[in-house]
Ligand binder design. Structure first.
Ligand code: C2E
Ligand code: CA
Ligand code: CA
Length: 713
C-alpha cells in the first residue's frame, strides 16, 4: 500500500507538473493568439480612419470612393469591404459585388445593430460590432468609425466609415485552426450587448476541456474572450493510467517478493514439519505389519497412564510373543515368517475394539493396549479371545501352522505409572505365563517382582559359586525294569548357598543358561562325575553308567568334544561309563551340526539320551536320523499315566515306536507301584523316580543299591 501510495503520489505530481507546463505553454499560445487577433483587427480597422480622414478633408463628399477604397484595401488588406454610411444609411460599398443587398440599409434603424452604432456615435470612437449574420450571407464583424464634421465649430455627425471583416478571414490569420489540428480547442466569445449573455461566435469542432484558459481580446470599444484548452492527448491519460498501473504492478511484484521472502522460512518450517511427520511415521509404525511400533506405543501408553490417573479410569496392557516363531522362521525362511506376522497382525487388529491399540514391539513380540476396561475379568475374557484367535491355524505355502502364545498382562495405572515399568512388569507376567505352561495368560503381581529380584541376585552370586565350591552333585538311580537292578545314575547338580541353603537347579540353571555361566558349570559337572566314576572304581564298586545333563549352550560349545576326551583321559574313565542327556531343543537349531557332534561322542562310546521326550517338537520319525541310544519319556506323561488315558496311550505308543527304532526307553518320575506296573506292562526298559530313590549326595549312595534293598525297606 505504501508503494501504491508513493507511486500514485509520484504519478499525481508528475501529472500536475505536466499540467502546469501545459498551462504555461497554453498561456503563451492563448496570449499570442489574442494579440494576433488584436493586431489584425487594429491593422484592418485602421482603414476606417483613412476613410474618415478623407471624408473630413472633402467635407462630407467622397467622389472617388471606389478607387480610393481599392487602394486602401490593397495596401492594408485584411478587409473584405469598405462601406460608407452617411447618416447611418449604407450608400457605398467597395467591392460591391455580392453586397448589393446591404445598400440602403439604415444601421441606426436596425434592431440588431443600432446599439453598437449608437455607442460608436455616443463615444465618438471606432467600435467593433458583431459578429453578425450578414444580409448578404456569411458572418462578419464590422468596425464602424463615426465621422464628425466641423460645422462652424460644432462637431456634427456625418455617418459611418466602416470596414467589414469576415470572421473566417480573421481567424485564418491566426494559428487557431492549426492549433485545432494539433489537439487544442478554442472558443471566441463576447458578452452580447443586448442580452448581456455570453455569445460564442467561433469555436473549434472539439469542445473545450475542463482545463481551459481564457484571455481578453481587446477589440475597439468592446471586449472578446478567447478561451483555449488542450484536449488531453491519449498519451496523457495513458501516462497517468500507466503511472498508476505501474505503481500497482511494482507494488504487486514487491509484495510478491516480500511475501516469498517472508514465506520462505515458513515454507521451510512446513517442509520440516512434513518431513518430521514422515520420519515420525517411519519411526512410529512397523514397516511390515503397519502396526504402531514400540516407540509409538510408548507414547500412547504414557498418555493412557496420565489419563487413567487423572480420570480414575483403568486400562490394560497385554504383552506376548509367538511361541516357536523362531522355529518357523528358521525352517520356512524369513518370507514365510513375515507372512505369518502379517496374518497375526491382521487378526489381532480385528480382535479388538476401535479405541484399542495393537502394536508390534519387535521380532515376534506384540503389545495390546485395551482402553477403558472395567475389571480384570473383562480383560481376562479378552485375553482368552486373543489366545483363541492366535491359535487358529495359519496357512503358509499350503501347510498349516498352529501358533500359540503366552500373555502377560498389566493393569494401568495400578501396575506401573511409568512406561518402562509397565513393559518390564508385562514381560515378567509373560514369563510367568510361559512357566505356567504355554498358551495361557498371567496378570502381573508383586511376587513376580520378587522372583525377578531373586533371579538378579542369583545371577550375581553365580559368579562366585564355582570358585567357592558351592556346587555339588546328587545322584539318582536308574533301574533296569527287567532285572530290577540299578543300571546307572543321573548326576543332578545342587547349589549349597551359604545363607539360603540348598538351591535346586530349576532356580538357577535357566539364569546360568542366560548368562552363559552354564558352560563352566557344565564342565565342572562332567569333571566331577568322571572323578566320581573313577572313585567308585577305586573303591571296587559295580561299574554303572552315570549320565550328565548338557545344556544347549554347552552342547554348542566348540570345545565340548575335546574337553570330554581330555577329562576321560585325565581320569582314566571308560567312555561307556559316561552318558549325556540332551533335550530336543538342542537339535532344533542346526541338526547337521548336532548329528556330527553326537557321532563324535558316540564314536568314543559315550551313551546319548534324549531327555524330556514329548515336551518338545521332535517326532519319533525325526529321531530316526539321530545317533542316540536312549529316549527318556518326560515325567509329565508318567505322572498322570494312572489317571489320564491319553498319557497312557502316548507312553505305550512311544515305547513301542522307540523299540522299533532300536532305542532303549527310560521312564522318568516313577513315583508309584502303579506307574511301575504299567511301564513294565508296556515293556519300558529302564525306570527313574522317587519310587526307586531320590537324588542323593555321592556319600549317601548305598554300595549295593538295588531294587531288592528297596523292597526290604
Ligand atoms: P531332568 O534332567 O529331567 O532331571 C530329573 C529331575 O526330576 C530332577 O530334578 C529329579 O530330582 C526329578 N525327579 C526324579 N524323579 C522324580 C520323581 O519321581 N518325582 C518328581 N517329582 N521329580 C523327580 P532336579 O534335580 O531338580 O533337576 C531339575 C532339572 O535341572 C533337570 O531335569 C535338568 O534339566 C536340570 N539339571 C540338573 N542338573 C543339571 C546339570 O548338571 N546340568 C544341567 N545342564 N542341567 C541340570
Ligand atoms: Ca536329565
Ligand atoms: Ca528329564
Amino acid at each position: 500500500m505504501i508503494i501504491v501510495a508513493i507511486g500514485a503520489y509520484w504519478t499525481h505530481v508528475s501529472k500536475s507538473l505536466f499540467d502546469n507546463e501545459q498551462r504555461l505553454l497554453m498561456n503563451d499560445i492563448v496570449g499570442a493568439e489574442a494579440s494576433a487577433i488584436e493586431r489584425r483587427l487594429s491593422r484592418s480597422l485602421s482603414t476606417t480612419y483613412i476613410l474618415a480622414q478623407e471624408i473630413k478633408r472633402n467635407n462630407g463628399i467622397f467622389e472617388n470612393f471606389e478607387s480610393y477604397a481599392e487602394e486602401v484595401i490593397s495596401t492594408i488588406g485584411g478587409v473584405s469591404n469598405l462601406q460608407l454610411a452617411p447618416s447611418g444609411i449604407i450608400r457605398q460599398i467597395y467591392p460591391l459585388g455580392g453586397n448589393e443587398k446591404a445598400i440602403g440599409h439604415n444601421i441606426l434603424n436596425d434592431d440588431d445593430r443600432r446599439r453598437e452604432a449608437q455607442l460608436a456615435v455616443a463615444e465618438k470612437r471606432l467600435t467593433l460590432a458583431g459578429p453578425f449574420e450578414l444580409l448578404q450571407g456569411g458572418v462578419a464583424v464590422i468596425g464602424r468609425n463615426p465621422v464628425f464634421l466641423n460645422q462652424g465649430g460644432v462637431e456634427e455627425f456625418w455617418g459611418f466609415a466602416s470596414a467589414l471583416i469576415y470572421l473566417d478571414d480573421l481567424l485564418d490569420v491566426t494559428e487557431l485552426r492549426n492549433l485545432e489540428r494539433r489537439g487544442y480547442s478554442y472558443q471566441l466569445s463576447r458578452l452580447h450587448p443586448d442580452s448581456g449573455s455570453v455569445n460564442v461566435f467561433a469555436r473549434s469542432q472539439q469542445a473545450l476541456s475542463g482545463n481551459s484558459l481564457s484571455v481578453a481580446v481587446n477589440v475597439p470599444n468592446s471586449q472578446w474572450t478567447l478561451t483555449m484548452s488542450r484536449n488531453p492527448p491519449g498519451s496523457i491519460i495513458s501516462r497517468t493510467f500507466w503511472g498508476y498501473l505501474a505503481s500497482l504492478l511494482v507494488a504487486c511484484v514487491l509484495v510478491y517478493l516480500l511475501y516469498s521472502v517472508l514465506q520462505h522460512p515458513l515454507k521451510l518450517q512446513r517442509e520440516i514439519t512434513e518431513k518430521t511427520q514422515i520420519l515420525d511415521d517411519m519411526l512410529s509404525y512397523d514397516n511390515l505389519t503397519g502396526l504402531p511400533n514400540r516407540h509409538l506405543l510408548s507414547k500412547i501408553l504414557a498418555n493412557t497412564i496420565a489419563e487413567s490417573e487423572h480420570y480414575y479410569t483403568q486400562a490394560a496392557f497385554l504383552f506376548f510373543d509367538l511361541d516357536d516363531f523362531k522355529r518357523i522362521n528358521d525352517s520356512m525362511g524369513h518370507d514365510a515368517g513375515d507372512h505369518l506376522l502379517k496374518q497375526i497382525a491382521e487378526r489381532l487388529r480385528d480382535a479388538v475394539r476401535e479405541e484399542d491399540v495393537v502394536a508390534r514391539l519387535g521380532g515376534d513380540e506384540f503389545g495390546m493396549l485395551l482402553q477403558n476396561v472395567e475389571s480384570e475379568t473383562q480383560v481376562a475374557t479378552i485375553a482368552d479371545e486373543v489366545l483363541a484367535v492366535m491359535e487358529e491355524p495359519v496357512k503358509i505355502e499350503s501347510r498349516e501352522y498352529t501358533i500359540s502364545t503366552s500373555i502377560g498382562i498389566v493393569m494401568i495405572p495400578s501396575d506401573g505409572s511409568q512406561v518402562p515399568t509397565l513393559f518390564q512388569n508385562a514381560d515378567m507376567a509373560m514369563y510367568a505365563a510361559k512357566k505356567e505352561g504355554k498358551r495361557t495368560f498371567c496378570f502381573y503381581n508383586e511376587e513376580m517382582q520378587a522372583s525377578v529380584l531373586q533371579q538378579l541376585r542369583i545371577e550375581e552370586e553365580l559368579q562366585g559359586a564355582l570358585d567357592n565350591h558351592q556346587f555339588s552333585l546328587n545322584y539318582q538311580p536308574l533301574v533296569d525294569l527287567v532285572d530290577d537292578c540299578v543300571c546307572g545314575y543321573e548326576a543332578l547338580i545342587r547349589w549349597y548357598h551359604p545363607e539360603r541353603g540348598m538351591i535346586y537347579p530349576d532356580s538357577f540353571i535357566p539364569v546360568a543358561e542366560e548368562t552363559g555361566k552354564i558352560v563352566d558349570i557344565g564342565y565342572w559337572v562332567i569333571r566331577e562325575t568322571c572323578e566320581f566314576i573313577k572313585l567308585r572304581k577305586l573303591r571296587g564298586e559295580v561299574s554303572v553308567r552315570i549320565a550328565v545333563n548338557l545344556s544347549t549352550k554347552q552342547f554348542n560349545d566348540p570345545n565340548l568334544v575335546s574337553f570330554i576326551t581330555q577329562v576321560l583321559e585325565d581320569t582314566g574313565v571308560e567312555p561307556r561309563l559316561l552318558g549325556i542327556e540332551i533335550t530336543e531343543t538342542i537339535l532344533m537349531k542346526d541338526v547337521g551340526d548336532a548329528i556330527m557332534k553326537l557321532d563324535q561322542l558316540k564314536g568314543k562310546g559315550i551313551t546319548v539320551s534324549i531327555d524330556d521326550f514329548g515336551t518338545g517338537y521332535s517326532s519319533l520319525a525325526q529321531l530316526k536320523r539321530l545317533p542316540v541310544d536312549t529316549l527318556k519319556i518326560d515325567r509329565s506323561f508318567v505322572m498322570d499315566m494312572d489317571s489320564d488315558w491319553s498319557d497312557r496311550m502316548i507312553v505305550e505308543g512311544v515305547i513301542a515306536m522307540a523299540h522299533k527304532l532300536l532305542l532303549r526307553v527310560v521312564a522318568e518320575g516313577i513315583e508309584s507301584e502303579k506307574h511301575l506296573a504299567l511301564l513294565k506292562k508296556y515293556g519300558c526298559d529302564v525306570g527313574q523316580g522317587y519310587l526307586f530313590g531320590k537324588p542323593v549326595p555321592a556319600d549317601d549312595i548305598c554300595p549295593s543299591h538295588t531294587v531288592q534293598s528297596r523292597a526290604q525297606g
